[in-house]
Design a protein around this ligand. Structure first.
Ligand code: ADP
Ligand code: MG
Length: 685
């Protein structure tokens, strides 16, 4: 059996109960354990003397036990083991809580190494629960850099270290090595055996840095290979024949003039579709309200005018309906039949669509993921659009594309992602950016406020409603949570607003735990103006247009990522009236205040994303849910950009010579890549 895939219960000390706890950390196999990278390290290499400790400090000190250890039973469940130990410069009181079995581990007059948090109390030191080992002459396992792992209830640091240590030992002859030899040579990368051993138990700083570099490279490299292989599959066949057509013909039919950015992106896409050797695979990124829909419509028009069909897939029924209306008004003037397909339609309605689609009567089909169901057959699907791409996985995209013979694909996203990151997140796509808003758009006036402003904010909200407008009220969670006492939940806030602040207004509640049909009904009532205030979680983030909503209030705004706040704020400022966003800041720190002040200063999504990346790191952008990507375990995208670049380049080179990874020297790489693609599949729901 594959040693790496062996269950963690193989490890001494891990039985069924502990295994369950380990599972909570995502640890199931030995392979998981050796890839469970430390979150930090403790440097225990230098021995200190008691005289070197001033206040409170983690240190390793050699001490001689000077009093007999005394065990006292304080109360049920609370034992204390206490003794004194000395070096030539001072006295230390050593205490162990609930570790009575250590009573016989210490002998008066013997020396031991102790590692722990030493605290000065007057002229003596105290230390609680230090790790220790008898003094040996050399090679002490205490005097080294020790890993610090993320933990879960019931698994302490030393249990985790021992588990990882055993896993390393068990796998030492079979460490996975997906990076081919020649690539390791070219980029001066350490072998796996060195990398795994030293990332956990580094010999010194240099060894740690070499180990990390190898593993980061490996992480990017395998990910890049996976993405390129998915793309490579599409590149093998060229797309449908699209006849050249002048974009002006479409553009002249519009009720408004396109922005320069919209025109540029339309031309980039037309160029791909008309002249490209391969099917288009393009991401269109544009801030909320930048006008992505009409860009997609232009491409639909091109595909259908060439005698083919097009499809638009949106993440929710409501959004699909809104798109259905927009695309109809944009394309029907050209005699193109636009239909919709969503899960809530009756079987009869659906069948009518299936038939008209198969015989080619329908030019454009707009819908939800109902589009990828088996019954949907196009006569000649040449162009697909996936909107709000981060709500779909890589493979759903691929599933839609399979409805045609290598159709052209456009994915649209309003999540502003710094260029440096889009490289890895969208490695398999070309990117167009709509970096200009239609003229006359107003910036949303944004304020960050503290709790004491609440009465004034409520009065302001009432005023907006009295003037005939509507209000979004966003909360970070659905329900109350005892562990985070100051968190305002949507349920609690809706209740509070209904009973206390606005008993005379129509307050609705919307959150992700509701049934899809209920969510739709609430959103519909808000969209048609039969609700004044919509209390919700971040589910409103996805783009439904309610131009009459002019105020957004966000509770616990300090708990959101800036990009997410920006995305939320995009729900207002869609009509002619002045719009506002109020961010309740319950945070205590300066960083939280600084972050929110960025929101007040600018409406530029890309600038906000860059700041967020700097202040919070890339975690936010790379949540595996968001992008259908596996979480990066070790790499820090902000810091490791150089490695990222070389890894991408290396992946390109390997695949150029062995597109399907069939050479024997690539077998481990192939297995790893298959696993990553499998992970994409996991992110599909
Ligand atoms: P998003 O990029 O967020 O999907 P939409 O495509 O929904 O934006 O466009 C937002 C609104 O702006 C729509 O009502 C659309 O008709 C309008 N719009 C798009 N382009 C222009 C333009 N060039 N001039 C004026 N209005 C535009
Ligand atoms: Mg949109």
């Amino acid at each position: 059996m594959d040693r790496l895939q062996q269950d963690i219960q193989y490890i001494k000390g891990i039985g069924p109960a502990r295994a369950k706890r380990m599972n909570r950390l995502g640890l199931y196999t030995l392979d998981d354990l050796i890839r469970f990278f430390p979150r930090d390290y403790e440097d225990r290499r230098t021995l200190k003397s008691t005289s070197g400790i001033g206040g409170s400090e983690k240190a390793c000190i050699e001490l001689t036990v000077s009093t007999q250890p005394r065990l006292t039973h304080v109360r049920k469940g609370m034992d204390l083991l206490k003794f004194q130990a000395v070096d030539e410069a001072g006295i230390v009181s050593v205490t162990y809580f609930n570790q009575s079995w250590l009573r016989n581990s210490f002998a008066v007059g013997e020396s031991y190494l102790f590692y722990g948090e030493f605290m000065r109390k007057g002229n003596r030191l105290e230390v609680i629960n230090p790790v220790f080992e008898p003094k040996k002459d050399e090679g002490s396992s205490l005097l080294r850099i020790m890993p610090v792992y993320p933990l879960t209830a019931g698994i302490n640091q030393s249990a985790m270290r021992s588990a990882v240590q055993q896993a390393l030992e068990a796998c030492k002859d079979v460490f996975p090595e997906p990076v081919p030899h020649e690539i390791r040579d070219r980029y001066h990368l350490a072998a796996s055996s060195f990398a795994f051993a030293n990332v956990h138990f580094p010999a010194d700083e240099e060894a740690l840095s070499i180990a990390r570099r190898k593993l980061i490279f490996e992480e990017f490299f395998t990910l890049a290979c996976a993405q390129k292989m998915l793309r490579g599959r599409r590149n093998t066949v060229s797309g449908h024949r699209i006849s050249a057509a002048a974009p002006e013909t479409f553009e002249d039919s519009l009720p408004f003039a396109l922005t320069g950015a919209q025109k540029r992106v339309i031309r980039e896409a037309f160029d791909d579709m008309i002249h490209g050797e391969h099917p288009m695979n393009r991401l269109v990124q544009g801030d909320v309200g930048s006008g992505k829909t009409v860009v997609a419509a232009a491409c639909c028009w091109l595909a259908v005018s060439s005698g083919h069909q097009a499809a638009v897939m949106a993440p929710t029924e409501l959004l699909a309906e809104q798109h259905y209306r927009s695309f109809r008004s944009l394309l029907e003037p050209f005699g193109i039949r636009v239909e919709k397909l969503t899960g809530s339609m009756t079987a009869k309605e659906k069948n009518a669509v299936y038939d008209a689609l198969e015989n080619g009567d329908i030019g454009l089909l707009v819908g939800t993921h109902a589009l990828i169901s088996d019954k949907v057959r196009f006569r000649s699907l040449a162009f697909c659009v996936v909107d709000e791409q981060h709500r779909f996985g890589v493979l759903q995209r691929a599933a839609l594309a399979k409805k045609g013979e290598e159709p052209h694909l456009m994915v649209m996203s309003a999540t502003p992602i710094p260029r440096t990151l889009s490289l890895i997140i969208y490695g398999d796509l070309d990117i167009s950016v709509i970096d200009e808003l239609p003229p006359g758009r107003q910036a949303v006036d944004t304020y960050s406020v503290k709790e004491k402003m609440r009465p004034r904010i409520e009065a302001f909200a009432r005023k907006q409603v009295e003037e005939g407008h509507q209000v979004y009220w966003v909360c970070p969670a659905v329900e109350e949570n005892e562990e985070i006492p100051n968190l305002r939940s949507a349920e609690q806030t809706a209740e509070d607003l209904r009973t206390r602040a606005f008993p005379d207004l129509r307050v609705e509640l919307l959150h992700g735990k509701m049934k899809a049909a209920d969510k739709d009904a609430v959103m519909r009532r808000f969209a048609d103006g039969s609700a004044d205030i919509l209390v919700s979680t971040t589910v409103v983030e996805v783009g439904v247009d309610v131009p009459n909503a002019v105020l957004m209030v966000v509770e616990n705004a300090d708990r959101f990522g800036l990009s997410q706040l920006h995305q939320l704020r995009g729900r207002v400022g869609r009509g002619k009236s002045m719009s506002y966003c109020v961010l309740f800041d319950a945070g205590e720190s300066d960083v939280s205040a600084e972050r929110l002040s960025v929101m007040c200063r600018t409406n530029d999504g890309f600038q906000i994303a860059e700041t967020d990346l700097k202040l919070r790191g890339p975690g936010d952008f790379l949540g595996s849910r968001q992008h259908g990507l596996p979480e990066l375990k070790i790499a820090d995208l902000a810091e490791d950009m150089d490695v990222l670049r070389s890894a991408g380049e290396a992946a390109q080179n390997v695949l150029k010579n062995d597109a399907q990874l069939e050479l024997p020297e690539h077998s481990e790489l192939k297995a790893r890549v298959a696993r990553i693609i499998e992970g994409f599949r996991g992110g599909m729901n």
